[in-house]
Design a protein around this ligand. Structure first.
Ligand code: SF4
Length: 191
């Protein structure tokens, strides 16, 4: 099954940008629209993944810099290798999960670095978490690669000490690695 995304269409991107601007001006929030866009994206990826006849061979997990804690051992290249033995925060668990499933995991210190890594490496599948604005930018910036997306679940303040949905990400890592229809249950995103 070939991956198709409406985000490849510049008219779609412009229409969504206009709708978000209008909603923010008229209601103060585009939260519900972004929620719907992310859920639709995940449904498309789920359908695409379910139709694959083999597990994804190359999966890239991309995390934003705001999930990193001050004590983190994330390498300058964003590698989570140094987090595998750490129990202090969620990155250690994600690093171990990624290693278990043979999935590359990076912290992208800037969003354009994440987009550039995706375009350069062209993984079969991306799994990423970020704030709502960055998720929308991700869909528009790399529309040609399937990407499961999860909004961050909390934040101390903008771009600082963000929290993520480990269970949701872990389930997507397993589904991507094992390529099982049964694993691909549900893709609701709690924002
Ligand atoms: S809050 Fe958003 S913009 Fe700031 S680091 Fe996190 S994902 Fe990036």
């Amino acid at each position: 099954m070939t991956w198709h995304s409406p985000w490849s269409n510049p008219h779609w991107v412009c229409t969504i940008a206009a709708a978000r601007g209008w909603l923010r001006a008229a209601t103060g929030s585009d939260h519900d629209l972004v929620h719907t866009l992310v859920s639709d994206q995940n449904s498309r990826v789920e359908a695409w993944l379910s139709a694959l006849e083999h597990p994804c061979r190359d999966v890239l997990l991309i995390l934003p810099r705001c999930v990193k804690r001050r004590c983190c051992n994330v390498g300058p290249d964003g590698s989570l290798d140094g987090c595998r033995s750490c129990e202090a925060c969620a990155l250690g668990e994600l690093a171990r999960l990624a290693e278990h499933h043979g999935i590359r995991a990076i912290v992208a210190f800037r969003s354009h670095i994440a987009y550039a890594a995706a375009r350069r490496d062209r993984p079969d599948l991306i799994i990423a978490t970020a704030c709502e604005d960055r998720l929308v930018k991700a869909m528009a910036s790399v529309p040609d690669i399937p990407a499961f997306l999860a909004p961050l679940t909390g934040m101390e303040r903008m771009c600082v000490n963000a929290e993520l949905d480990i269970a949701w990400i872990g389930a997507r890592l397993a589904a991507a690695a094992e390529g099982s229809r049964e694993q691909n249950t549900g893709c609701d995103v709690t924002i």
